[in-house]
Design a protein around this ligand. Structure first.
Ligand code: DAH
Length: 382
């Protein structure tokens, strides 16, 4: 640098005064090389001062916004380094490359420092975010409780399984039923006193919510005749105007129907004994008590030996040793006829059981309404 400056020689006075205004007198008394040296040193030290200050500030600042502000303060239109660059215009052709080199070096150095600091700040910000948004994956998750099949549905499925195992098929019928199928086709003409036992929800004179699953008997026979055998069960909802601890306005029944040549009451008994043992235990016995239903002749109420005391008598069986589980009988000839079968050629048996009653007996449930309350504390026990 020193050699370069001393090579420059003398300046003319006019040039000097335009450059340095009030200092011209003083300057022209000196050799120009010395004066240039002084000028360049001054500018250079200014630029280096700006650089050092910028680097110091850069190390101290904490955010990308502050970084941007500092950049504007130094390299912006009114920035300190830009101001130095402006002065370059008034330098001589000999001075310019010297200062140009200094300025470029400083600018490159600063830009590099900016980039480094900017990357550092980004990394710091990321670390901060990672620290605050940290997720502890070792915390236990929220357990989603899984539901299960309602106890009544479980009982229905169990009944179905038992009868499917004995060669029965499953039939269905509508819950909104005609008076014809619900009563008349079952040998219960209008005004029949036995209708009294089933307080019904009528929709019109001829349409009602079915009070029993028995209408599926005739519907199935109509569909299948003259095919033999008919061997079905029909599970489903039924409706009656009853509501207390042992009755619900909606409940479930499973109907059974077997029609073939030579079907006898002993077949009914055998099937029901088998069912009772599979449902309530190997040591169960059954007994048939004479009863009356308009659609069976003869009719029988079926009792099973008490599953709690085994027959010796207890609270559950009210001391009798027997518990009633269903109604049954030999299909009435008129019902066979309504279904399209010839009662001279075929016979059949039928039965109908209440699913809630079976569930109550099987699980020892005290109040039937628990089955419909949807209280999880109750349901989770099954
Ligand atoms: N349907 C009758 C009721 O709800 C139950 C019943 C009795 C069904 C005897 C039958 C039967 O199929 O043969 O009370």
């Amino acid at each position: 640098m020193w050699l370069n400056i001393t090579k420059l020689g003398w300046y003319r006075e006019s040039r000097l005064s335009s450059l340095f205004e009030g200092r011209a007198f003083f300057l022209c008394l000196q050799p120009i090389s010395i004066w240039i040296l002084e000028r360049v040193i001054y500018l250079k030290s200014e630029i280096l001062r700006i650089k050092e200050e910028a680097l110091k500030n850069l190390r101290e600042l904490e955010s990308t916004e502050a970084l941007q502000e500092l950049k504007v303060k130094i390299l912006g239109k009114k920035g300190s380094l830009t101001a130095m660059l402006r002065q370059m215009g008034s330098l001589s052709p000999e001075e310019r490359p010297i200062m140009g080199q200094v300025v470029n070096e400083v600018r490159t150095r600063l830009e590099q420092a900016w980039e480094e600091r900017s990357a550092e700040l980004d990394a710091m910000a990321l670390q901060r975010r990672l620290a605050t948004e940290r997720i502890d994956i070792t915390l236990p998750g929220t357990r989603i409780s899984r539901g299960h099949i309602h106890p009544l549905t479980q009982v229905i499925e169990e009944i179905e399984d038992i009868f499917l195992g004995m060669g029965f098929q499953i039939a269905e019928g509508p819950e909104i039923e005609s008076d014809y199928y619900n009563f008349e086709a079952l040998n219960l003409p209008k005004e029949h006193p036995a209708r009294e036992m089933q307080d019904s929800f009528y929709i019109t004179e001829e349409i009602l919510l079915r009070t029993q699953t028995s209408p599926v008997q005739v519907r199935t026979m109509e569909k299948l005749h003259p095919q033999l055998p008919v061997k079905i069960i029909a599970p489903g909802k039924v409706y009656r105007n009853d509501d207390d601890a042992t009755h619900s306005p909606m409940f479930h029944q499973v109907e059974g129907l077997v029609v073939d040549q030579g079907i006898r009451m002993s077949d009914l008994k055998g099937i029901l004994l088998n069912f009772s043992r599979e449902m309530f235990g190997e040591s169960r016995e059954i007994r048939l008590r004479p009863s009356f239903f308009p659609f069976t002749e003869p009719s029988a109420e079926v009792d099973v030996s008490c599953m709690l005391c085994g027959g010796s008598g207890c609270r559950l069986c009210k001391g009798t040793g027997w518990i009633e589980i269903l109604g049954s009988g030999m299909v009435h000839p008129k019902v066979l006829e309504m279904g399209g079968y010839n009662p001279q050629a075929v016979t059949g048996f039928a039965f109908g059981m209440g699913v809630e009653r079976i569930a109550i007996l099987k699980y020892g449930i005290e109040d039937m309404r628990l089955l419909f309350d949807n209280d999880l504390r109750f349901l989770q026990q099954f």
